[in-house]
Design a protein around this ligand. Structure first.
Ligand SMILES: [Zn+2]
Length: 229
């Protein structure tokens, strides 16, 4: 019997499925909260003025407010519009006023509104994604839980000017105009003044020294940072 030509076997199973799978976008949506609670990578210690921790916190929380996701790059005054929030209010926990693990990075507006309010979720213990979601059409945050409702109400996350600002940035991010897409890094990229944490010397050292090599400054110089995030 004449030999029949071998027909290529159709790809099946895992390999075939992989070949057909759509590549996943590596860039999370800029208006989505981190899927997991923030896990601190820095541990500077010993400052008697908590403001001295600001460069570490900027880097730790990716240069944006943990509560409303407003970014340093969205305003003319960059990080001057941001401040340091105490998870446990300093008026009630004076011993934690300069405890790095009690500090988070927030815009001045959220920080002022939060003030000494208790009971809001700690973004280092629970992902705010489980409490809040943004409606990409309306620019308004939706509450997924009772604590999400509190966040929206207490921090006025859906105040009209905040919604307008969000819609403006959503339009930029979603634009398909190539000229606007070229400019995305200006609004959604990292700030130009990334802090060089390797030069900082906290008075009582750093309990997580390995974090410095994972800082945005170090990653930028290793060409590991995406153009926008
Ligand atoms: Zn904020």
């Amino acid at each position: 019997m004449p030999k029949t030509a071998k027909r290529p076997r159709p790809k099946i199973g895992k390999a075939g499925a992989k070949a057909k799978a759509k590549p996943k976008s590596k860039t999370p949506h800029p208006f989505s909260f981190p899927a997991k609670p923030y896990r601190r990578i820095h541990g500077p210690q010993g400052h008697s003025d908590y403001v001295a921790y600001k460069p570490w916190l900027r880097d730790e929380f990716e240069f944006r407010c943990v509560y409303c996701l407003t970014r340093e790059r969205w305003g003319p005054e960059a990080h001057n519009r941001f401040s340091i929030d105490h998870v446990k209010p300093k008026s009630l926990h004076q011993d934690l006023t300069c405890d790095y693990d009690n500090l988070i990075y927030a815009c001045i507006r959220c920080n002022t509104l939060k003030s000494t309010m208790l009971g809001l979720p700690d973004p280092c213990k629970v992902s705010l994604a489980s409490h809040l979601k943004l409606n990409l059409r309306s620019g308004r945050f939706l509450a997924l839980t009772g604590q999400g409702e509190q966040l929206i109400e207490y921090l006025r996350l859906n105040a009209q000017d905040r919604v307008d600002d969000r819609c403006f940035h959503l339009l930029i991010f979603q634009s398909i105009d190539p000229r606007i897409r070229k400019a995305l890094p200006l609004k959604f990229g990292y700030p130009p003044d990334l802090p060089d944490l390797s030069k900082l010397r906290p008075p009582q050292g750093n309990s997580r020294p390995e974090g410095v090599m994972m800082s945005h400054f170090a990653r930028y110089h290793r060409k590991e940072l995406p153009l926008y995030y």
